[in-house]
Design a protein around this ligand. Structure first.
Ligand code: GTP
Ligand code: MG
Length: 195
């Protein structure tokens, strides 16, 4: 399945986000966790969002229209130690402004490296999502790097979040179809015909 997804805008502050009626599903997570790669896998378009081996690649909110009434938002990663302090603070402010204040935002796809598991930052985002009443899904990324036994063990570390977890891999495509379905669930009736 290929989704009609297209890049619309990049925003460095909340006031420059698109003014539209679309329901937004945001991808958040630590720098280098695989947000841009997952977005491309979900849209089945390898060149939609820019990915990089260097952490800190995505430095703005990037909006992608999906079908008639949805949008995916690729968020800047947090926790990149080598970024200049004022730059990191500005990004962290942008991220929390968006997550706390964006009216279009309905759902958060929180990415956590399956090998690393959730830490304090992720637990905080889960709390924020619950406080705001956002729908939440945890994508446990880079599952291809673990055997299925290792995956099972690693997933035990995710239970602290008390949220639905989907192990996935942008590389092999595992879990992608499930995440796609979850996202399309926010598009209202008729979404599958519209895209
Ligand atoms: N093995 C494996 N590598 C992956 C996977 N997804 C992403 N990567 C790699 O992880 C690195 C970071 O991927 P990105 O998608 O750019 O990560 P990001 O979270 O958008 O990073 P920032 O924009 O810096 O926050 C790249 O080298 C990707 O090739 C995956 O499913 N499996
Ligand atoms: Mg990125």
């Amino acid at each position: 399945m290929r989704l009609a997804a297209s890049f619309v805008a990049s925003a460095e502050e909340l006031s420059s986000c698109p003014r539209w009626e679309r329901t937004e599903v945001a991808l958040a997570g630590r720098s280098n966790v695989g947000k841009s790669s997952l977005l491309n896998a979900i849209a089945a378009n390898g060149r939609l969002a820019r990915t990089s081996r260097t952490p800190g690649r995505t430095r703005a909110l990037n909006f992608f229209a999906l079908g008639q009434c949805l949008a995916l938002v690729d968020l800047p990663g947090f926790g990149y130690a080598k970024m200049a302090r004022d730059r990191a603070q500005a990004l962290s402010r942008l991220l929390s402004d968006y997550l706390e204040g964006r009216a279009n935002l309905a759902a958060l796809l929180l990415l956590v490296d399956l090998r690393r598991g959730p830490e304090r930052d992720e637990a905080e985002l889960v709390r924020l999502a619950r406080r705001r009443g956002l729908r939440l899904m945890i994508a446990a990324t880079k599952a291809d790097k673990l055997s299925s036994n290792e995956q099972r063990r690693a997933l035990e570390g995710f239970t602290v979040l008390s949220a639905e977890v989907m192990p996935c891999s942008a590389r092999t495509g595992s879990g992608i179809q499930e995440l796609r379905r979850w996202i399309l669930g926010f598009g209202g009736p008729g979404i599958s015909q519209a895209i």
